[in-house]
Ligand binder design. Structure first.
Ligand code: GAP
Length: 450
């Protein structure tokens, strides 16, 4: 199951952004906090603050729109985190969802054997133990008795909820091949070496889609390439530079137990190239396994061919947290506006946590009241910030730093002719817009319909 560690970049352009800058910005502005902060944090778990939760909602929305809402061949699902333990027996996770674990005999640090380049401890040079297989699933108990019979697992992937519901979905939804089932939800893995902020954590969210096709190599090939391209373009569409993305095919020994071919979409993080998303060919592995273990048929009836079979599966599987991190990193910029340095997050407006900030230029002459009236109207459509503290330049900077794409300023002219200035975060240019056209103009600029 070992996923390789991000590889260090050896060449290419220098980037202003570092992980330290991203982590600091996230903490300072309430995007992401270390979890249980007042108790010193808990082994790489994180909490999303008021801005982070909006960003996360928007990343999920961008995925759901593309993968479900705007398509005719994909349906949604929200299955439980706790499944019958036999799900994990059938799926092979109890047996195979393991990483090879080694300990340092001197400093006691633990590593994944596959991450070590030498047979010594990378921290202190000490001798390391033989490697042993460590299952990554978190265990808990269902009900008051804590014994083997009541052991259940926190799901390590959302995918199995889809396979376990295959019969329910086919029976109730009148679906025809090829079709997909998409789901977003939390997954848990007791990772040996979490790290790099939200890149690898023990609790994270996934956005997965199982795309069922006829069991035919040509169909599998066609849809596999289709999904690799679709998913690559999704990242570019929402703001990741194409030169920061690349495809990497898994070597045979890296493949997960259920996969007979996987291509990763990798992103160039400040710490090196690392996985964003994996697109796997799962064949009929999962349906076959669940059929065997549950005694159910789990076939699909092909009306045209008048025959039953278990479809094959192409699976584009991505986290929420990793793309969110990549969107933040790619959006991060520092420039100089009117002689003053600023940090600006050039997030796609669709992803930006706050879409528009409303400012009264002065804290008098009816401007705050007017600005609050404007804010109330805009709030029905968008996440809106209101700020009347400090100079207008400083207020713009505060919004630039969190990626707010538009600023609306109410000034003395507004009080006379009901127009406002509309400022663009990236160009800092301003235009005058009539208040009765503002909602439409903002809707057009933020536009999900692109
Ligand atoms: N159902 C297939 C599956 O789970 P995976 O490659 O193990 O495949 C899919 O996971 C995606 O989930 C990864 O590409 C990554 O974006 C995210 N992911 C996996 N483990 C993660 C972790 N420990 N922390 C954060 N994200 C993780």
């Amino acid at each position: 199951m070992s996923e390789p560690q991000p590889r260090e970049e050896t060449s290419g352009e220098k980037r202003a952004v570092t992980m330290e800058k991203i982590v600091n910005l996230c903490k300072r502005r309430g995007i992401i906090f270390p979890s249980s902060d007042i108790y010193g944090g808990l082994g790489s778990t994180y909490d999303y603050g008021p801005l982070g939760v909006e960003l996360k909602r928007n990343v999920k929305e961008a995925w759901w729109r593309e993968m479900v809402q705007t398509r005719a061949d994909v349906i949604g699902l929200d299955s439980a985190i706790l499944q019958h333990p036999r799900v994990w027996e059938a799926s092979g996770h109890l047996q195979n969802f393991t990483d090879p674990l080694v300990d340092c005999k001197s400093c006691k640090q633990r590593f994944r054997a596959t991450d070590l380049t030498e047979p010594r401890c990378p921290a202190c040079g000490g001798e390391i133990t033989e490697s042993r297989q460590f299952n990554l699933m978190f265990k808990t108990f269902m009900g008051p008795v804590e014994d083997t019979a009541s052991t259940v697992y926190l799901r390590p992937e959302t995918a199995q909820g889809i396979f376990a519901n295959f019969e329910n979905l086919v029976d109730t939804q009148r679906v025809k091949l090829p079709f997909g089932v998409a789901q977003i939800g939390k997954s848990f893995r007791n990772e040996i070496t979490p790290g790099n902020f939200i890149f690898r954590t023990r609790e994270f969210e996934q956005m997965e889609m199982e795309f069922f096709v006829k069991p035919d190599p040509a169909e599998e090939e066609r849809w596999f390439h289709y999904w690799v391209e679709e998913r690559f373009n999704w990242f570019a569409k929402y703001g990741i530079k194409r030169e920061h993305l690349r495809l990497r095919e898994h070597a045979a020994e890296e493949l997960a137990h259920y996969s007979r071919g996987t291509t990763d979409i990798e992103y160039r993080y400040p710490f090196g190239w690392g996985e964003l998303e994996g697109i796997a060919r799962r064949g009929s592995y999962d349906l076959d396994q669940h059929a065997k273990h549950s005694g159910r048929d789990l076939t699909y009836f092909d009306e045209e061919a008048k025959t039953r079979y278990r479809p094959w599966v192409i699976e584009p599987a991505v986290g929420v947290d990793r793309p969110l991190l990549a969107f933040l990193i790619d959006a991060y910029d520092e420039d100089v506006v009117e002689g003053e340095e600023r940090i600006v997050l050039r997030l796609d407006p669709r992803l930006a946590p706050i879409k528009v900030a409303v400012f009264p230029l002065l804290r008098k002459a009816g401007q705050p009241e007017k600005a609050q009236e404007v804010m109330r109207v805009l709030k029905r459509r968008f996440m809106v910030a209101y700020d009347q503290a400090g100079s207008i330049g400083r207020r713009y900077r505060r919004q630039d730093e969190i990626g707010t794409p538009f600023g609306v300023t109410i000034d003395h002219q507004t009080m006379e002719d009901d127009t406002v200035t509309l400022r663009d975060r990236d160009s800092t240019s301003q235009v005058r817009v009539a208040l009765n056209a503002l909602l439409e103009e903002l809707g057009r600029r933020i536009g999900w319909e692109r």
